[in-house]
Design a protein around this ligand. Structure first.
Ligand code: MN
Length: 199
């Protein structure tokens, strides 16, 4: 099975001024494409050829894991952003209150975790099997789907995500990214994990 580039659900200039068209052109159009191309090359002629992306991520190691997980993480990341953010749905607001005390406290914890990640990686808001929300930090291509968590939201903390727009100012990137989070998608992911029944 050949893995294809995911469709971007918005135009490359739709996230301005919070994320530039140039960043999306490189991040989506080049970094993600490279991971997809590498994934297709690495699975050719191997038993991984017939597996779904999630299965590859959960079974592979080394270079294949890195490229497959980066494909999965980026699809999820771009699908977490929207040019038209809606107010936070009540179910998300209540869940963040229950797990972090307040939305503002969650925001601070997410920022602190993202600032504190040394080098490249991902910071995730996830739900555990009891539908408790927590933040996990994963270096490099790390992903919560190998650990039984349901991912709800992610921050790509690789420099390639922010260097064009913000140079080395990771904090500025995090402020801008907060404006683009699609809380409606977060609510849908909670519902998909059946976490809406707990709040
Ligand atoms: Mn990235």
């Amino acid at each position: 099975m050949r893995h294809e580039m995911p469709t971007l659900l918005y135009a490359t200039d739709a996230l301005t001024p919070h994320m530039s068209a140039e960043t999306l052109k490189f991040h989506y159009g080049q970094h993600l494409r490279t991971y997809v191309d590498n994934l297709n090359k690495l699975i050719e002629g191997t038993p991984y050829e017939d597996l779904e992306l999630e299965e590859i991520v959960c079974k592979a190691s080394g270079s294949l894991f890195n490229n497959a997980a980066q494909v999965w993480n980026h699809i999820f990341f771009f699908d977490t952003l929207t040019p038209f953010p809606s107010p936070m749905p009540e179910v998300v607001d209540e869940a963040l209150h229950a797990s972090f005390g307040s939305v503002e406290h969650f925001r601070r914890k997410l920022f602190d975790a993202s600032m504190g990640l040394f080098g490249s990686g991902w910071v995730w808001l996830v739900a555990n099997d009891k539908c408790q929300l927590t933040i996990i930090v994963e270096p490099n291509a790390g992903t919560p789907i190998t650990k039984g968590y349901v991912p709800l939201l992610t921050v790509d903390v690789w420099e390639h995500a922010y260097y064009i727009d913000h140079r080395n100012r990771r904090a500025d990137y995090l402020q801008a990214l907060w404006q683009l989070f699609d809380w409606q998608r977060v609510a849908e992911r909670m519902a998909g994990a059946q976490c809406n029944i707990y709040f």
